[in-house]
Design a protein around this ligand. Structure first.
Ligand code: FMN
Length: 275
């Protein structure tokens, strides 16, 4: 009996939602039950210091991360690089905010291969853009029902591929779009772009969801710009909508995305060819 493990970084949960959809189709296809499925959500910073046990050929691992500036977020890439695997099929997923995913899926494939995984399938899904809001919408509410149906189909088709493939070492290398050398990723630090309004009740949810410990509970839950990775999880999780994006470069980027990336992009999936 195989085990399925989801390993993902997902500040605003779109990647997590897509991976769960893929897992449904995969588990059904392979007849794997819930007790054999585990998730390692390494979004919380304290989880990223853990070292996972090596994966082997009894495992199937789903690796997932959002796209940041056409690359993997640095925190996600650093965690993935610490994984070790031997003969373990990997299903690779990046989720992007309807602009482009550029080199992120290729980077994930290369990182996974270097860890010892055998990438068997890859996908680029769309998620509501981190910078989006109801005032400045970009890919709102994606992944939607149709995306999740495609996620299940992708999982199901990957299950079919795995059932047909007797020796994973004989399958061809997975081909995904992207260029190497990769494009320049995100720099560190952020502009001061979040205002905490009087609606804040100091509930602390913003600090709890922050993947980089960048919300200062001792200073009115203000954002520590030097530590912020711009994920906007704190803005989206606030039950009072007390965290607002101020005027400046991030809001300008959101407005640009709203104006230029409004046509919904399709999900893309890739499978390793059988030799
Ligand atoms: C700093 C940053 C950079 C981003 N760069 C891109 C990008 O290059 N292309 C794109 O389409 N979306 C980009 N996005 C949007 C996210 O990839 C997208 O919203 C994703 O669904 C977020 O995943 P999560 O919900 O798992 O956090 C970016 C988001 C952030 C915070």
């Amino acid at each position: 009996m195989k085990k399925i493990t989801l390993v993902y970084f997902s500040p605003t949960k779109t990647t997590e939602t897509v991976l769960r959809g893929i897992t449904q189709g995969l588990a059904r296809s392979l007849g794997i039950s819930g007790s054999e499925i585990t998730a390692v959500n390494f979004t919380p910073p304290n989880i990223r210091s853990t070292v996972l046990a090596p994966f082997d050929d009894n495992d199937i691992v789903l690796l997932g991360a959002p796209v940041y500036a056409g690359r993997l977020p640095a925190d996600a890439a650093d965690f993935f690089k610490k994984l070790t695997a031997s003969g373990t099929p990997a299903i690779l997923t990046v989720v992007y905010g309807n602009r482009e995913y550029e080199d992120a899926l290729l980077e994930l494939k290369n990182v996974a291969s270097a860890c010892g995984f055998i990438p068997v399938a890859g996908a680029a899904f769309i998620g509501e853009h981190s910078f989006a809001s109801t005032d400045i919408p970009v890919a709102m509410n994606r992944p939607d029902e149709n995306d999740l149906k495609q996620a299940e189909d992708f999982g199901n088709n990957t299950g079919t591929l795995l059932k047909k493939t007797n020796d994973l070492k004989k399958i061809a290398a997975l081909e995904v779009p992207g260029n190497f050398p990769y494009r320049e990723g995100m720099g560190t630090g952020a502009p001061d772009f979040i205002e905490v309004t009087a609606a804040c009740t100091e509930c602390g949810i913003c600090a709890a969801v922050c993947p980089s410990n960048a919300v200062d509970a001792d200073n009115g839950f203000a954002t520590i710009a030097a530590d912020c990775i711009l994920c906007c999880a704190c803005i989206k999780a606030c039950p009072e909508q007390a965290r607002l994006m101020t005027d400046g470069p991030i809001k300008d980027k959101a407005i640009w995305l709203n104006e230029t990336c409004s046509t919904p992009k399709p999900v893309q999936v890739f499978f390793a060819a059988q030799s």
